[in-house]
Every structure is written in C-alpha cells, then in structure tokens.
Design a protein around this ligand. Sequence first.
Ligand code: FAD
Length: 444
Amino acid sequence: MTDHFDTDVLVVGAGPAGAILSDVLARQGIRVTLAERAATAERSFRGETVAALSVKIMEDLGYGDRLKQAGYLPLEGIAFRENGRTLLSADYSRFPIGQLPIDMPQPQLLGVAIEAARSAPSFSFLSGTQFLSLIEEDGVVKGAMLRRSGGEPYELRARLTVGCDGRFSRMRKLSGLEAKITPMERDFLWFKLPRPENWQHTSQLVARGDRHLVILPTWPDLLRVGYNVPKGGFRDQREQGITLFQDSVAALDPRLADLVRTHIRGWDDVTLLDIFTAEMEQWSRDGLLLIGDSAHTVTPVLGQGVNLAIQDAVSFAPAIYQALADSTDVIPASALQAVIAKRRSHKAMITKFQRMQEGNLAQGTRFGTFLRRLKMRLLNHSPVKYKVLDRMMNAPHALRQAPEYRAMLERLAPIGAPVDAADGFAPVAPAHQNFREEVRTNAA
Ligand SMILES: Cc1cc2nc3c(=O)[nH]c(=O)nc-3n(C[C@H](O)[C@H](O)[C@H](O)COP(=O)(O)OP(=O)(O)OC[C@H]3O[C@@H](n4cnc5c(N)ncnc54)[C@H](O)[C@@H]3O)c2cc1C
C-alpha cells in the first residue's frame, strides 16, 4: 500500500530559514506547509543584520523591490573601538562582492518571504501552530503532530519534515540526532535606543577590559545595542538594579550615556541572549532535516545567524526538489548528505573564527588587552584585512554560481499576486499538477 502524505514538505518554524525555504520550494510547485508557533511575526530581538551575500540571494529570489518597500538600512562599514579610539575599521564598499550588508528587522524580512510564498497555490501557512512530536514508522520520519493554539493535536504527514525551529529546537531534541552544545563564557543583553542624528551607519564593537558593547544601527531610526555579561550574570545584574546597568553602559561608551538613562527604564526594555554554540555531525535522518539555528547555533560575532539560515535554505532547496522528483516516497537522508557536508564545513569555519574573537574579547588583564589592541592594529594595517573580513562575512563565494542554484532560479515562478489564504489549519493545497513531469522534462 502506498503511503498517504498531506504535503510534500512540512517546514516547522517561520524564521529566516523556514520562511525562505518554504518560499523557494513552493514557487517551484512543491506542496509546502509551514507551521509557526507564534500567531504574529512580532519579534523585536533577533538577528537583523543581513550579510551582503544574503542580500544578493534575496535579490535573486525576486525580493528586491519588496525589501525596499518594507524598509532597511544599508550598512557602510565596521569598526572596533577601545578607550575612545578606533583600532580597526573596514569600509564595506571596498569588498569585492559589490553589495552593502543591510540591517532589517525580522518581521519585515519574514513578511516579504511569506508573502512571496503565499503567491504559490501549493503553499499553506499554519500560524499559531506548534510542533509537538515526530511521526515515525520503522525508523523513518513521516511528518509531525501539530497543535493549533487552543486546539487538539493532529497529524500532518509529509515526505520531508524540516526543523527550522531555532536555537532551542524541539525537533532537534526529538530527532535522536546528537548535538554538542557548548556554552560561551558570556551572555548578551540586547536593547534598542533611538539613533542620534549623524550617527554613522557602521557596526561598532566597543571594548574595555573584558566588557564590550556591540552597537548596530538599524531601520528605521534605531540603534540595536548588545552588552555582554558573564554567563548567567543577568540575575546579578537585575539584583544590582537598572541604574547600575545604565552606568555600566555609559562607562563603556559615553556617547550612549543620556540615551540609555532616558530610554532604558526597566528590565522589560532588555532581552537576554544566552550564548552557546550547537554543532551536529548529522543534520538529517530518513524523512527529516534540520537547518538554520536548529542545526548549528552560532554566536553573535559578525552577525552570521541570519546569513547562515538564508544560505542553508537556498543550498538545500535544489537537493530537496531533486529528491522529491526522484521518487514518490520519503526523502532519504542520503539525498541530502552532499549539501550537509558543504554547509557543515562553512559553519565550522565561522565557529572557529567566532571562538577566537570571543577569546580576544574576554581578555581582562593588562597583558591580554594589550595583545588584543596589538592584533587589531596589525590587522587594520595588514594588506589582507579585506580578504580576511570578506572570507568571514561573504563566503561561500561560489554559492550563487553553483549550477544547481542557477537552475533553481530558472525554475522559480515570479512572485505573483498574493493568494488570500486564511491563517490556521486549512486543507493542504493540491500539488502543482505538472510538478513531477516538469522535473523529468527539465532533467532530460
Ligand atoms: C535576542 C537575540 C538576538 C540575536 N542577535 C543576533 C545578531 O545580532 N546577529 C545574528 O546574526 N544573529 C542574532 N541572533 C540569532 C538570529 O536571530 C538567528 O540566528 C536566526 O534568526 C536564525 O534563523 P532560524 O530561521 O534558524 O531560526 P529563528 O529565527 O530562531 O526561527 C525559529 C522559529 O521557529 C519557531 N518555533 C520554535 N519552536 C517551535 C515549535 N515547537 N513549533 C512551531 N514553531 C516553533 C519560532 O517561533 C521561530 O519563529 C539573535 C537571536 C536572539 C534570540
């Protein structure tokens, strides 16, 4: 007896990884169901920096004008400051990629991707719907149990279930796949401030001893600020009171003194980011794949979380498309291994650099901070400065030239008028009738 599947691909989690994967699959005629726990896209503290390569990818996907309408801030450069002096700076316009990174709040970015997906008749969006558990038969994943808020659990059977459910991924925990979780020595407290007029559109890292601030201008007129505390130190910070917190930020960067005292009035204005890395040898089982933060949580250094999520989505989409075309059954883990190997190796390079940077920033002794300043100055005057930073921020350079990526873009239907699909559980739209035939014709 052949299996019944409600959808081809069930994507869990509508962050950048899940929303963009759903869109690129649905606009190729694949039946996609996207389940997101939250009922609205409100999420004020998430990664908002989109690296230049990901901006180019989103343009390739046809988002260009829609991103402009939604609003974003092009970033002009990056700077490292210590004791009031700029020790390292780079101008983004000098990177060979020829594209500035942008800062864009996630609700806007996700809105663009989900609206694009909605224009495909084979897409269903289940907002306010939680993933509960996996459906497994003979060791093969065949979908998931979901529950709409306030409703009863129900089954949704799929040929591939993709976990894009973020850094605390439930699917990762239930998958049986092993994850190595490494806590970093420090956590981050995020808050937003109005951006003063004439503030440069550069990402700044301001250090003093073993404390630092990350200051990121974001759209429309804000600064996103991260302040590091020792691991688990948020509780101490709260006990010491908000005034001491304001004073600590002001001492690190006096330019923020008035702003932080005026606008950060209580702990509701501050969000904790528990910093850890998650590494997995294997991201897939038969019928299951993990991507984005659920497969590889990174630290905030150089703002790579959103970038990696977007890269994952467009890297896996061609392999998923092909595997769906090759059979009518569940996608086997073997069909995804080549992409996993490439993505793992890229992520490992990012994590190695981030750990080194984290080690540099955690230096508190006189000798340690002296060494850090020396390294920053040396890199600043080094002829390889742009090469090093470009490798960390804009790799893998070959991604957009890969034949499977170009072929995917050729297949992608242009974003049409939005389909007025109601949120909530609805019968899965029928598959694009000609999907399998088209694949065969194209492959011939
Ligand atoms: C406070 C904070 C600050 C950050 N700052 C930065 C930064 O400055 N730079 C940077 O690069 N990165 C930053 N990040 C990380 C960045 O946001 C992520 O790397 C990026 O969003 C990963 O995308 P994703 O799609 O993999 O997962 P996410 O964006 O985390 O999306 C996961 C989605 O899954 C949904 N979900 C979770 N569980 C379930 C479930 N059981 N059922 C259904 N849906 C579920 C969630 O609601 C969410 O919408 C920050 C993260 C946080 C939390």
